[in-house]
Design a binder for this molecule. Structure first.
Ligand code: ADP
Ligand code: MG
Length: 372
């Protein structure tokens, strides 16, 4: 049964209704819905602090309950409206994103545009993100046995493969990280936040030439010269995969660059002791060959030369196939030479203090993002 669309529209929608663009009472473009501010206020108990489930580069995220009883996550976009695309383009872009459906992608349900305020409405993911549910403490990691880790890794790879290969035109995610892997009630992983860069005005100059990812997950060519490609997502996926197997933070300490997870994995690989990287919380309860294979696939993904990195389809194949990859040749990984320098350079950059895109860029470059 289809969920009925709510009776009210935002001022934007009403205006469009007059033009018959979005007929009243209809769901706009497939299952995409336009919400009013009041509906979202009601759903989130007036954006009550106890309903807040997270905070990110774009703004705060609240849990909400719609009148039909379903739960949603409402992302309050705190990006200045001037840096955002116009209303019509904004809604059209989101409607397109809402049509992208895959078992391992978070579904966008709709949005709300009211005056200067803009909100995105997603399906609510009961087990929050891989970052908040899995990483950090031993107790958290303990809940994730090998099978769960394997399923999560493969699910994320499939979601990304879908964005890269099945979608026409394809989408480069640009910000693959543990915080953007959400987990539903059943711990099925769902990649979130794909396609968001396009919501910003002048995407090409604000995002592609700067960097929209999170330090530690960034491919060096992307961090250093803004070169974005599917292979830069593959690099980020490799970092994430090594994290899922090892339970390690991406960077242990800001001051100590040697503790970057990719460097640790490469050192272990070179000394023929990759197995020591597997999370001790697994208590040796894991299939050794498979765990080693996952780590090697991770290392293949983070190779310095982008064209040597596998495509996501090959990654899925390697992770799911029973054959092992014992004899594969892995070349040296790419590193962002000095994470701290890049951050400082960007924070001090005069270009980034004046423009509307700067708010977005500097929030992305914030210390919080360096954490894992
Ligand atoms: N659909 C969702 N369901 C449940 N929690 C969510 C959802 N979307 C986001 N969150 C939570 O809100 C946090 C902030 O999200 P976001 O604004 O995308 O920033 P970031 O991805 O940098 O963390 C996420 O890390 C996650 O904990
Ligand atoms: Mg996110």
């Amino acid at each position: 049964m289809k969920i009925p669309f709510f009776s009210c529209f935002s001022s934007f929608t009403k205006e469009k209704n007059n033009n018959n663009d979005y007929p009243e009472g209809q769901i706009h473009n497939g299952s995409f819905r336009l919400f009013t501010y009041n509906q979202l206020k009601l759903a989130t108990r007036n954006f009550h602090s106890s309903e807040k489930v997270g905070e990110g580069g774009f703004g705060s995220v609240y849990k909400g309950r719609l009148v039909d009883g379903s739960f949603v996550a409402v992302k309050v976009l705190s990006v200045e409206v001037e840096s955002m695309r116009g209303e019509r383009e904004f809604v059209a872009e989101l409607a397109t994103l809402a049509n992208i459906k895959h078992q391992n992608l978070v579904s966008l349900k709709g949005c709300c545009v009211e005056g200067v305020h803009r909100y995105l409405v997603y399906n609510y993911m009961e087990n929050n993100s891989l970052y908040s549910t899995f990483l950090g403490s031993e107790e958290r990691r303990m809940r994730f046995n090998w099978e769960t880790r394997r399923d999560i890794s493969i699910g994320v790879a499939r979601g990304l493969d879908f964005l890269h290969e099945e979608l026409k035109p394809h989408i480069v995610h640009r910000d693959i990280k543990a915080k953007n892997i959400l987990l539903d009630w059943n711990f099925t992983p769902k990649v979130s936040d794909f396609g968001l860069a396009k919501l910003l005005r002048d995407e090409a100059s604000h995002i592609s030439t700067r960097v929209a990812g999170t330090l530690g997950y960034l491919a060096p060519e992307y961090a250093n010269s803004g070169q974005v490609s599917r292979k830069s997502d593959v690099y980020s996926f490799g970092v994430l995969l090594i994290q899922i197997v090892s339970g390690l933070a991406v960077v242990d300490a800001y001051e100590d660059i040697e503790r970057f997870i990719v460097e640790k994995a490469w050192a272990a690989y070179q000394s023929n002791n990759l197995i020591k990287l597997v999370d001790p919380m697994l208590n040796m309860n894991f299939p050794e060959e498979e765990a080693l294979k996952f780590l090697k696939v991770g290392l293949l993904c983070v190779q310095e030369t982008a064209k040597l990195r596998p495509r996501m389809a090959e990654v899925v194949e390697k992770l799911t196939n029973k054959t092992n990859i014992k004899d594969v040749i892995i070349s040296k990984p790419g590193f962002v030479a000095d994470l701290r320098n890049i951050r400082i350079k960007n924070q001090n950059s005069p270009q980034e203090t004046g423009s509307a895109g700067a708010t977005f860029a500097s929030s992305i470059w914030s210390l919080a993002n360096l954490a894992r």
